[in-house]
Design a protein around this ligand. Sequence first.
Ligand SMILES: Nc1ncnc2c1ncn2[C@@H]1O[C@H](COP(=O)(O)OP(=O)(O)OP(=O)(O)O)[C@@H](O)[C@H]1O
Length: 205
Amino acid sequence: MELKVLDVCVARGGVPVLEGLTFEVAAGQALVLRGPNGVGKTTLLRTLAGLQPPLTGEVIYPEDSGAYASHADGIKAQLSVTENLAFWGDVHGADVPDAVFAAFDLEDLRDRLAGTLSAGQKRRLGLARLGVIGRKVLFLDEPTVSLDGFSVKMFARWLQGSHLAAGGIAVIATHIDLGIDAPELELAPFKAAPDARDGADEAFL
Ligand SMILES: Nc1ncnc2c1ncn2[C@@H]1O[C@H](COP(=O)(O)OP(=O)(O)OP(=O)(O)O)[C@@H](O)[C@H]1O
């Protein structure tokens, strides 16, 4: 299994944001996306995950193997931690591996209503979903927002030791160093040339 990105151009609101992107990520490997705010990391991740079409180019990986995780945790406040994980397990036809609670430091929070968790605890629950749904190709948008140093290390350990070690793939937009062994792709050189309309607007600002 691999992820192949062939001469992809991504757009936001119909305006090209990044263009000319070509890269591959092999099974067991991660790629870290770098670039300043607004360069297009989120747009690229959403496109790779199939949530929006590329303007041009091709994104290739096995069907139904991708998952996108945004900064929004997508957790259900009225359900407990265990119920949240069971819910995602049901959606994906998977059992909740007991190891997930330890991997994301949720052991003591199993019965807590998710709505009562702290920001970092919610984030850990949101990330634990990735350990339940069994998707092989993960697109992670700033996965460590709100996490303390200990939790960042824990997540990096899960990513490297469980997900990648089992042949998974991860493309990660992050401003911090996760401490995992992964090449980085700087996106600034792939910024799309402004189209004529943008140029005209700028002239009048
Ligand atoms: N609805 C929209 N219509 C047009 N342009 C948009 C729209 N939403 C966002 N943009 C612009 O698209 C560009 C890419 O945004 P994106 O969220 O992908 O950047 P990012 O690299 O993830 O940024 P950050 O690091 O701040 O999260 C930005 O310049 C943004 O202002």
